[in-house]
Ligand binder design. Structure first.
Ligand SMILES: Nc1nc2c(c(=O)[nH]1)N[C@H]1C(S)=C(S)[C@@H](COP(=O)(O)OP(=O)(O)OC[C@H]3O[C@@H](n4cnc5c(=O)[nH]c(N)nc54)[C@H](O)[C@@H]3O)O[C@H]1N2
Ligand SMILES: Nc1nc2c(c(=O)[nH]1)N[C@H]1C(S)=C(S)[C@@H](COP(=O)(O)OP(=O)(O)OC[C@H]3O[C@@H](n4cnc5c(=O)[nH]c(N)nc54)[C@H](O)[C@@H]3O)O[C@H]1N2
Ligand code: SF4
Ligand SMILES: [Mo]
Length: 674
């Protein structure tokens, strides 16, 4: 019986693996886990089957004569090292890049960023946070000084109002979603802001069903109403915030009527939402990708931060601005510095003192200029400037926008190296595929959405010759003449903790206890910090920043009259590489779908189950229709788990100028029966 941490979402539930005859024969909930408290969602219960899938990669593959063929580790590593060295020799250190994984451990992510910086000599390192919560990291750092969830999950039980924006919590962070529903049943008011009618929206006291990409207008309208009615927390603003007058002036024209015209929500609803949230003693605000995946993503995060600060909800029990981070270890991959501009603990590569610390520890000169983001690496590959790329546990050919462009540029690279559990769409394009150990086959840690660092434990041996990602990177580094110097996962953690103030007080010995520790945990006796900004914000005063409504980059027109948004299904996860290999999960949702409103369907003679074509300026995809009032007229919605019907063939790659986040949540499409 091995207690460990769920490998799917960032709630960080505790599960127990039961192994017999070298197989996981049962996955059960950890009865004493502080977050999941004996519960799991359908994905957690089904975390076993993919491990033993016959499709797991068991040995390295090398492309010979155009085909991927089995190879010995020594051959594959030699080929990978040679290709990376050749790319560097030809184009300089920035002609190579690394995509780290938010699914693998902190130790793997730290190894990836060390490999990029200390071995390859480039800051070209990034991961899927770019297309997920990069705007949260950028926005909340500006306003509060830290880009992470401010309050623990458990605080939602202490709140007097729950305010959920652009997050489908019952489906995607299910254990949190269940707690929200339970709190609501106890009488705590619930407001849901979402263009779709989600399960939470149906249950809510108030469903604010706004137009796609109009959240800033909504929040500015709410702020106008709050100031007009005197619902702001004046004492808190005076004691703890800056820029109050400028913010108040900036929303002067955003009357609820003005906001209603942009959002499509009635002025009365906007005032009601403002009243419920602002007049509750403590409001727990949580948000998701409906906020971040827009060209205005970072500014929308700032708008929500303004709302929480004006009502005195930051740094208090039961309050907070809480980005619900997605992947099991996306918080950790960010914390570990698998980002182009920071080392672990968000220490800037441009900061000379930070750079010196890492240079001294690693005994090597490090690059000074920030590197390229994941999407910028794709464009550099297109332009021939990036020649080789190492991708660890990510499937950009399916999950990044730009459709066939991504596959084309990956193919164009002189060398694509992929470390994976399965032969994903991205791995199929690789020159070298390296088999990776899964969460159940290695030791390490994941950091959950509430900054909770928890142990992941090896319960069985990896299949065939698969290895942990950090071992793969270490072996590759040795071939390049600069070994990473790692012996085991605990040793990597210790090296990382010594260089990372927020993790400095943590060690495997301390993390042994169920539930681990929340960062910051600066000293070996520090109990961890579930709640941020209590004694004032991390940056000092909470900074209010006026933001203006920016419409989506692409609006509907005569040729593309509908708006497409994308979302998730409870039973599938990411590109589906793991959930689609769990029979009970795959049975529930075996194929791609597009939800549309009856009025739009009738006009096109489309019924539920009909094959339809979804077209945009970037491409088209064939899928099947679900006619439903989950979406309003004019909006269609697709989940993104199915490579054979991927919305990313049509989504827009227009970027948020601050966080470089693509606008995955809205573009213009045409839909027709086919
Ligand atoms: N089952 C399952 N769970 C998962 C995942 C999975 O793939 N499957 N993935 C994990 C990951 S990586 C992540 S990041 C999280 C994501 O979890 P969520 O943040 O919940 O992600 P989505 O369902 O993509 O989008 C959330 C909601 O945003 C709404 N939305 C769209 N546009 C707008 C808008 O303009 N304004 C507002 N207010 N809302 C809008 C959508 O209708 C949708 O209901 O889930 C994690 N959990
Ligand atoms: N249209 C649209 N596109 C989206 C989104 C959306 O809402 N709409 N959401 C975006 C978001 S929020 C995210 S996070 C991304 C996710 O995009 P990806 O990160 O590409 O999606 P995953 O399916 O999680 O891919 C992770 C891969 O890691 C592998 N893996 C798992 N564990 C390990 C390990 O320990 N080691 C290694 N080497 N591999 C491992 C899995 O097999 C899987 O293939 O998609 C983004 N794309
Ligand atoms: S809520 Fe997330 S962490 Fe918990 S069991 Fe489900 S997928 Fe795993
Ligand atoms: Mo995500």
């Amino acid at each position: 019986m091995t207690p460990t941490t769920c490998p799917f979402c960032a709630v960080g539930c505790g599960l127990v693996l039961d192994v017999a005859a070298k197989r996981v024969v049962a996955v059960t909930p950890d009865p004493v886990h502080p977050v999941s408290r004996g519960q799991l969602c359908a994905k957690g219960w089904n975390a076993g089957p993919f491990l033993a899938s016959p499709e797991r990669l068991r040995q390295p593959l090398l492309r010979r004569n155009g085909r991927l063929q089995p190879a010995a580790w020594s051959t594959a590593l030699a080929a990978a090292a040679e290709a990376l060295a050749a790319a560097r020799a030809e184009g300089g250190a920035d002609a190579v890049g690394v995509i780290a994984s938010a699914r693998a451990t902190n130790e793997d992510a730290f190894a990836a960023m060390k490999f990029a910086r200390a071995v390859l000599g480039t800051n070209n390192v990034d991961h899927c946070a770019r297309v997920c919560h990069a705007p949260s990291v950028a926005g909340l750092r500006r306003t509060l000084g830290s880009g992470a969830m401010t309050n623990p999950i458990a605080d939602l039980d202490e709140a007097d109002c729950l305010f959920v924006v652009g997050a489908d919590v019952t489906e995607n962070h299910t254990i949190i979603g269940g707690r929200i529903l339970a709190a609501h049943e106890r009488g705590i008011p619930l407001v849901v802001v979402d263009p779709r009618r989600t399960r939470l929206a149906r249950a809510a006291d108030l469903h604010v069903q706004l137009r796609l990409g109009t959240d800033i207008a909504l929040v500015n309208g709410m702020l106008h109403a709050i100031f007009a009615h005197g619902w702001e927390d004046g004492a808190y603003l005076a004691a703890r915030c800056e820029n109050v007058a400028a913010l108040q002036a900036s929303v002067a024209d955003w009357t609820p009527d003005a906001a209603a015209r942009v959002t499509g929500v009635t002025a009365a609803t906007i005032v009601a939402a403002a009243r419920l949230y602002a007049t509750s003693r403590r409001g727990w605000l949580a948000y998701g990708l409906g906020v971040t995946q827009h060209v205005s993503g970072t500014e929308t995060v700032i708008a929500l931060s303004n709302l929480a600060l004006v009502t005195g909800n930051v740094g208090v029990i039961g309050g907070g601005v809480n980005p619900l981070r997605g992947q099991n270890n996306v918080q950790g991959a960010c914390d570990m510095g698998a980002l182009p501009d920071v080392y672990s603990g968000y220490q800037a590569v441009a900061d000379e003192n930070a750079r010196r610390r890492f240079e001294t520890a690693w005994g090597v000169a490090l690059p000074t200029a920030p590197g390229r983001t994941s999407l910028a690496m794709q464009h550099a590959a297109h332009d021939g400037e990036l020649k080789a790329l190492v991708v660890i546990g990510q499937d950009p050919a399916v999950t990044d926008p730009g459709g066939r462009f991504v596959a084309r540029v990956l193919e164009r690279l002189d060398c694509l190296i992929v470390a994976e559990l399965f032969l994903t769409e991205t791995a199929k394009l690789a020159d070298i595929v390296l088999p990776a150990a899964s969460f159940a086959e290695k030791d390490g840690t994941f950091t959950s959405t509430e900054r909770r660092v928890q142990r992941v434990r090896r319960a069985l041996a990896p299949p065939g010759e698969a290895r942990a990602d950090w071992q793969i990177l270490d072996a590759l580094a040795a071939r390049l003449g600069r070994p990473l110097g790692f012996r085991d996962a605990a040793g990597i953690f210790a090296e990382m903790a010594a260089l990372t103030p927020s993790y400095a007080g943590m060690s495997y010995a301390r993390l042994e206890a169920r539930g681990g520790l929340c960062w910051p945990c600066p000293t070996p006796t520090h109990p961890g910090t579930p709640r941020l900004h209590v004694e004032g914000c991390v940056r000092g005063r909470g900074r209010l920043i006026p933001v203006v409504h920016t419409p989506p980059a692409e609006l509907p027109d005569a040729d593309y009259p509908l708006q497409l948004t994308t979302f998730r299904l409870h039973h599938q996860y990411g590109s589906g590489s793991m959930t689609r290999r769990a029979p009970l999960l795959e049975r529930e949702n075996p194929r791609g779908l597009v939800w549309m409103h009856a009025s739009d369907a009738a006009r096109r003679r489309i019924a539920t189950g009909a094959a339809v074509r979804v077209r945009s300026r970037r491409g088209e995809v064939t899928t099947r229709a679900v006619v439903s009032d989950d979406v309003p007229p004019g909006v269609v919605a697709m989940p993104y788990h199915f490579a054979e019907a991927s919305p990313n063939l049509v989504t827009n790659d227009a970027l948020d100028p601050i966080a470089r986040m693509p606008e995955l949540k809205v573009c213009a499409v045409a839909v027709e029966a086919c």
